[in-house]
Design a protein. Structure first.
Ligand SMILES: Cc1cc2nc3c(=O)[nH]c(=O)nc-3n(C[C@H](O)[C@H](O)[C@H](O)COP(=O)(O)OP(=O)(O)OC[C@H]3O[C@@H](n4cnc5c(N)ncnc54)[C@H](O)[C@@H]3O)c2cc1C
Length: 391
């Protein structure tokens, strides 16, 4: 049986980043993907993901700063442009004084300050002066960060897979991992069983997102995850020039109990927008890939208020999948009772971090420790409550 240093289960954004980072460190790496490369069944397909340092907790800001360095490294090594920096705003609409939203502008500004990331805290009027497209309520707070932008999702995943291969990684598509079995004895390591054969590795990284618990169940481990089908809609503005990068930022809006987000035009004269965490609960097996007309109606109504003087036509709606922990915290690290098995899970807001998460996974697998602070990212206790505020 061929032995590897590191085996990675799942080749979405996290797994692809891990095979790249581990292979460039010189490890002998194998990666498994149950579907074909570039598939649309997980969380890492389609055109765009928001990248930003702007977060409500200092730990994520610090990790995002590291992620930007890794994105640049990836772009340079591959000779491919993956990030488009546009600037971005987080809008706190503060519609009701007794807002139940758990997210505050001050959480963002404090976290950015703690990490020396420049930002601007704007009033609604100042924001409207700069972006007259927005129809903001008078008491809104707006946090602007110039480093916010867009990662090309599918292209980034493909690039990381390509770079992993250039460093010698073996990547297998249409190869479902049926079970991972930790070995006892002096050599330790893990068996990775697939329908196409069994492989052995010193360490296994599970980057299986919505499918993670299937692989953990035989090991007696369970992560409290809610799996939901998300959807994003591409709107065609009557006046696309008003929404070009430079004229319009990436935006995230915290409204009463719900979060929406969207983009300037990117690659075509449309603007993509969505609700974060739709609570459209279903397992991967239950997904039909049909979008919810109710969620589309809700989004269209929201967009009508967000950019009130601009006519938008909804062109297409694409579905995607979230696997989120109760507090939207990442899960990063080895299993307590099976330290050769390492989990990497992004809780529905991980894409922007993918290249640094790949490095973290590679460091844990190869060195047994990482230079990044992952102290809050253990397996959470089961408690089903969704908090607003991540993406
Ligand atoms: C609509 C939407 C919008 C988002 N927007 C943003 C954003 O703006 N910014 C941001 O930072 N993040 C965003 N995210 C979150 C981000 O995209 C995800 O956190 C990230 O892509 C997760 O990557 P992953 O590799 O963990 O999961 P996935 O992409 O789902 O990959 C997991 C892979 O594991 C494979 N797999 C599972 N089980 C097995 C097995 N047994 N054998 C072999 N293969 C297996 C699956 O087929 C899959 O390819 C968004 C997500 C969605 C859905």
């Amino acid at each position: 049986m061929e032995k590897f240093d590191v085996a990675v289960v799942g080749l979405g954004a996290f797994g692809s980043a891990t095979v790249w980072q581990a292979a460039r460190k010189g490890a002998k790496v194998i990666g498994f993907e149950q579907f074909e490369f570039g598939h649309v069944h997980g969380a890492s397909h389609d055109t765009s993901r928001i990248v930003r340092t702007s977060y409500d907790a200092p730990q994520y800001v610090a990790l995002a700063k590291s992620a930007y360095r890794e994105w640049r490294e990836l772009e340079q090594c591959a000779g491919v442009k993956l990030l488009t920096v546009t600037g971005g705003v987080v809008l706190f609409t503060n519609d009701r004084p007794s807002s139940s939203s758990s997210v505050k502008a001050t959480d963002y500004t404090a976290s950015l300050e703690a990490n020396n990331v420049p930002y601007e805290l704007l009033t609604a009027q100042q924001a409207k002066n700069r972006w007259p497209q927005f129809g903001l309520s008078e008491n809104a707070d707006v946090v602007y960060t110039a480093d916010t932008g867009i990662a090309h999702a599918a292209k980034s995943v493909m690039t990381m897979q390509f770079m992993a291969r250039t460093h010698g990684a073996v990547l297998k598509e249409n190869t479902s991992v049926i079970e991972v079995v930790p070995l006892a004895g002096p050599d330790k390591g893990v068996l990775v069983k697939t329908a196409q054969g069994t492989f052995q590795a010193n360490k296994v990284v599970l980057a299986a997102d919505a499918w993670t618990n299937k692989l953990l169940a035989p090991l007696g481990v369970h992560i409290p995850l809610q799996i939901m089908q998300e959807q994003v809609t591409y709107f065609k503005p009557a006046d696309p020039a008003a929404f070009e990068p430079g004229n319009f930022p990436v935006w995230i809006a915290f409204t009463e109990g719900k979060t929406f987000y969207g983009f300037p035009t990117f690659g075509e004269p449309t603007i993509k927008a969505a609700r974060d965490s739709s609570e459209n609960l279903m397992t991967p097996e239950q997904r039909t890939y049909a979008h919810s007309p109710e969620l589309l109606h809700e989004l269209t109504t929201f967009m009508g208020g967000l950019v009130p003087s601009h006519r938008l036509e909804s062109l297409r709606t694409v579905t995607c999948q979230y696997a989120i922990t109760p507090d939207r915290q990442f899960v990063l690290g080895p299993l307590e009772n099976h330290p050769d098995i390492i989990v990497g899970l992004g809780a529905g807001h991980g894409f922007k971090f993918a290249p640094v998460i790949g490095r973290v996974m590679a460091e844990l697998a190869i060195n047994g420790k990482t230079t990044e602070d992952i102290s809050n990212f253990g397996i959470p206790p089961s408690q089903p409550s969704l908090l607003q505020g991540k993406l």
